[in-house]
Design a protein around this ligand. Structure first.
Ligand code: 9MR
Ligand code: 9MR
Length: 881
């Protein structure tokens, strides 16, 4: 499916954009559906004298159902501003069908007023309880309310007998002989103490990338202020000396933070150093570095996360750092029930699989083929880009460079890490001779949710395989095909194994094209359900075609309903585990393959069209991020959406050399590393104000001081304004979209880490870390003839590579006050000291060995020098004398 896109290719009926999750409520499994819109507190009509409201979202005004829940037999949704549920007619007891809300704080001796309106399509009597949420379910209020088609306000008062910080309101609506539709509205429980208002500490209003900036890259920041006229910003070095100054640009109200902001740009300052700050008035930013290698450790550490997430192997403290050493998790060593012989859920299969290894998904220790696939693919893409993008140095990902135990085996370390997961994905394939042979099991995880903390080797929960799914099968097909081509030079037998598994998976998916994971199957592990696999078919067909060249796969790509539709392949708010077509398109656009040049042009246009949209979003955003979800609907894992959009931008930069794309990638990273409404660096260990309490059962320092915080390089999920966990609901109600985040271990919907989120971080870190060293296949001859007050310059750009460059774009900065006045044979634009030259209409393609000449006149005063560095399409050219 394409869950994050409101402009998605598949139109969705209103109210259908919902993901389903099951939680345990006492002994009863209930399904909670979380809606698409903002959660609003039901406090609108309160006057200052009203006792405090304890119900969250009692008026359903924004279409959201959170945090209401209901039993699985009576699905509910918001209809015309009310919460409506279809109640079955065949249940015995009132409690066999419930709509409720949890986590209501009650104080003994305080009086409370419950009020609501309701209709029932047939006359019924319901039981309305405020009660303990767990056995013995002692009630504080228990009333029988008669409902019919007319909505009449119902009010009850009671005095709480006991303190309870998490009571529940339960409308028990079962026991009716006839099925009916129940609709609820204006639900209020007033009384008790006012919940404390959580105000995040956002530190300095001067927001920067707290890690730093590249000397030759864009350098932008955001200032939160009441002022609407330009202010003076001052860049200071570590000694406190002002080294550059300028005026801020008023931006108005930023819709993501609902604050007035201004922006500032100090790109023209290029001197490397540590400890820089930006001051505006008496406010000063967090310190940052300007250096070519400012992102080198981010690249390494974001990848080290995967070693730390490995299952089935002891984590070696000499590699991971002493605090992160731990015994192997989930092998057949008691109390683990092992991942070496994993049985199926009852009725699903009668074999066991050896599915040891792989990465733990996130803060939980489940292992999911859907999600494993995109994660390992993005790691492989990080590597594959160094083979295909030209001028990109793959050494930092090579053998001996990363934190993996397989150092020195002659294989690039990033592939060693990928292999740990690829082996697991293949282990999840249904064996020959079994029903659904060749498909992949959707997932394997604990039978019930474990608590926090939970060391993997001490988990005693039974581990179970869940049914195969088409989506999982296609993840295996796609990742397996990519594996085959990348491992071929290093281990042909492994490459063959990957390709065999991939082809077999593809065939099984074609034979079973619509086997979907149960959206309610989320006890003990996440559901990762996906009922539209058009995108997974596109991805898998693309990878198989690239690797094998088989025409059958080409036809699958070309006849996919997604092909050619940029918005469908690249959802405006980002591709994701449930929307994977982009992975296929990005590889088709960049990895050499047998598409005809017209077919390739179609694919590349999809990439650049999408990137143009993301670049516009970045330029429009006052915090610079290339993520503009419809209605500012920040999703669970929004940081990964920001970064996946940055991946698309980076690929577009590689394809075209247009530095607009590069700048938007850098701006995405700026947002992740601190230039944002919370002044938060979302990566552990990076930046002064970094996230370090992510939801994790292993690195649960916040719950047990003997345990470490997450390792450096761990990305937090980021703002999610649906408030999908109790911590978020209790602390963040009313938050502005990009501020719906809390660095608390309990907030899994805003502050978990996950393998599919660190992967685009690693891709982007690798991209930006490589920018300074990137070479382009070109030579520039720059000859300036000067006279008093002016100059004429001739430039020759030569293609020194072995493939055509089309189109080319050459960029440089004047060191002095040169100003171009007229130009010929190229489209030359100057902005400040930065100059960009693009082809005239006739000289856009440079074949190998060919040169293009162009020139310009300009004015200058005093002593001026020639520019020394020229970049073409994102890489540095050599300069001829
Ligand atoms: O820890 C779980 C986290 O990894 C998942 O992302 C999240 C949603 O599936 O669920 C977390 O587990 C919670 C469960 O859903 C409800 N009971 C409390 C669990 C631990 O916080
Ligand atoms: O990343 C997933 C997000 O898109 C869903 O909205 C959310 C709820 O279903 O689940 C997220 O995935 C979690 C998975 O279900 C369990 N492991 C942790 C994952 C990250 O929170």
């Amino acid at each position: 499916m394409i869950p994050h896109s409101l402009h998605s290719y598949h139109p969705r009926p209103p109210g259908h954009a919902r993901r389903v999750r099951t939680r345990l409520l006492g002994t009863m499994a209930v399904a909670g559906l979380f809606g698409a819109a903002l959660v609003a507190p039901a406090r609108a009509a309160a006057t200052a004298d009203d006792p405090p409201e304890q119900i969250v979202n009692g008026d359903f005004a924004n279409g959201s159902t959170a945090p209401w829940w209901w039993t699985a037999n009576n699905p509910a949704s918001v209809v015309d501003g009310r919460l409506c549920a279809d109640i079955p007619g065949d249940t015995a007891n009132p409690w066999d069908a419930i709509v409720g809300q949890s986590d209501l704080p009650l104080i003994a001796g305080e009086s409370y007023t419950l009020s609501y309106t309701a209709t029932a399509s047939v006359p019924v009597t319901i039981t309305t309880n405020v009660q303990m949420a767990v056995d013995p379910y002692t009630t504080e209020l228990s009333e029988h309310d008669q409902l019919d088609a007319t909505a009449v306000p119902i009010t009850h008062t009671f005095t709480a007998k006991a303190d309870n910080d998490a009571a529940q309101l339960a409308f028990q609506v079962g026991g009716s002989s006839k099925a009916f539709t129940l609709c609820l509205d204006d639900i209020s429980l007033r009384g008790g103490a006012t919940p404390p208002v959580y105000t995040p500490d956002t530190g300095s209003p001067v927001r920067v990338n707290q890690v730093g900036y590249l000397p030759d890259g864009p350098k932008d920041g955001t200032f939160v202020t009441g002022a609407t006229d330009p202010q003076t910003w001052t860049l200071k070095n570590a000694a406190g000396t002002a080294v550059a100054t300028g005026a801020t640009v008023p931006g108005g109200t930023d819709p993501t933070s609902e604050q007035n902001v201004q922006t500032f740009d100090f790109s023209s300052y290029t001197t490397a150093g540590d400890g820089y700050t930006v001051s505006i008035g008496d406010q000063t930013s967090e310190p940052f570095t300007i250096a070519k290698d400012v992102y080198s450790s981010l690249r390494t550490d974001s990848l080290a996360y995967y070693y730390d997430q490995r299952s089935g192997i002891a984590i070696d403290g000499s590699i991971a750092g002493a605090a992160y050493a731990r015994p192997a998790g989930h092998l057949d060593v008691a109390p683990n029930t092992g991942d070496n012989h994993v049985p199926c859920q009852p009725g699903v299969c009668d074999y066991t699989l050896d599915a040891a290894g792989g990465w733990y998904d996130a803060g939980d220790q489940g292992k999911y083929v859907v999600n494993g696939g995109i994660s390992v693919a993005e790691l492989m893409n990080t590597y594959e880009r160094t083979l295909t993008a030209g001028g990109v140095d793959g050494t930092p990902l090579g053998d001996g460079k990363l934190k993996v135990p397989e150092k020195g085996n002659g294989v690039p370390d990033i592939l060693d890490e990928a292999r740990w997961e690829l082996d697991f994905l293949m282990e999840m394939q249904v064996p020959d001779g079994q029903p659904l042979a060749g498909m992949a099991h959707h997932k394997l995880h604990d039978q019930a949710w474990t608590g926090l903390p939970q060391a993997p080797d001490t988990d005693s929960q039974p581990r179970l395989l869940h049914s195969p799914s088409t989506a999982a099968t296609l993840n295996l097909a796609a990742a397996g095909a990519q594996c085959a081509r990348l491992f071929r030079p290093y281990d042909a037998a492994f490459a063959d194994r990957c390709l065999t598994a991939s082809r077999k998976a593809w065939a099984a998916a074609k034979a079973h094209p619509a086997v979907y994971a149960d959206p309610n199957d989320s006890t003990g592990g996440g559901a990762y359900s996906d009922s539209n696999v058009t995108d997974e078919f596109y991805w898998a067909a693309s990878e198989l075609f690239i690797t094998t060249g088989d025409d059958a796969y080409r036809q699958e790509v070309l006849t996919s309903p997604l092909h050619g539709h940029s918005d469908a392949v690249f959802p405006p708010d980002g591709f994701s585990w449930g929307s994977t077509a982009a992975l296929g398109a990005l590889d088709l656009a960049t990895v050499p393959n047998k598409l005809t040049s017209d077919q390739l042009a179609t694919v590349r246009a999809m990439v650049t069209d999408a990137a143009d949209g993301y670049a516009r979003d970045s330029q429009d955003a006052l915090y610079g991020l290339p993520y503009a979800p419809a209605g500012n609907h920040y999703v669970w894992g929004s940081n990964s959406q920001v970064l996946n959009n940055a991946v698309v931008l980076g690929v577009a930069g590689d394809l075209t050399g247009d530095t607009t794309y590069r700048d938007a990638v850098v701006h995405a990273l700026d947002y992740i590393l601190g230039r944002n409404p919370l002044n938060q660096s979302y990566v552990t260990g990076f930046g002064e104000r970094n996230s370090h309490n992510q939801h994790s059962r292993i690195w649960a320092h916040q719950l047990n001081a003997d345990l470490p915080n997450p390792p450096a390089g761990t990305l937090a999920g980021g703002p999610d304004n649906q408030l999908e966990d109790p911590k978020a609901q209790s602390k963040l109600t009313g938050c502005a979209p990009a501020m719906c985040y809390i660095d608390d271990i309990e907030s899994y919907s805003t502050n978990e880490s996950a393998i599919n989120w660190n992967a685009p971080l690693a891709w982007v870190a690798s991209y930006v870390d490589g920018l300074s060293s990137r070479k382009a296949p070109c030579q520039v001859t720059y000859t300036a003839y000067r006279w008093g007050g002016g100059f004429t310059t001739m430039v020759t750009l030569k293609n020194t590579g072995s493939t055509a460059i089309s189109p080319w774009q050459l960029a440089w900065s004047f060191a002095d006050n040169q100003k171009i006045t007229d130009r010929w044979q190229a489209d030359i634009t100057q902005s400040g000291q930065n100059v960009s030259a693009k082809p005239a209409s006739w000289n856009g393609s440079l074949s190998p060995g060919a040169s293009v000449n162009f020139g310009f006149n300009g004015t200058s005063s005093g002593q001026v020098s020639d520019p020394k560095t020229f970049t073409m399409n994102g890489g540095t050219c050599t300069t001829a004398k």
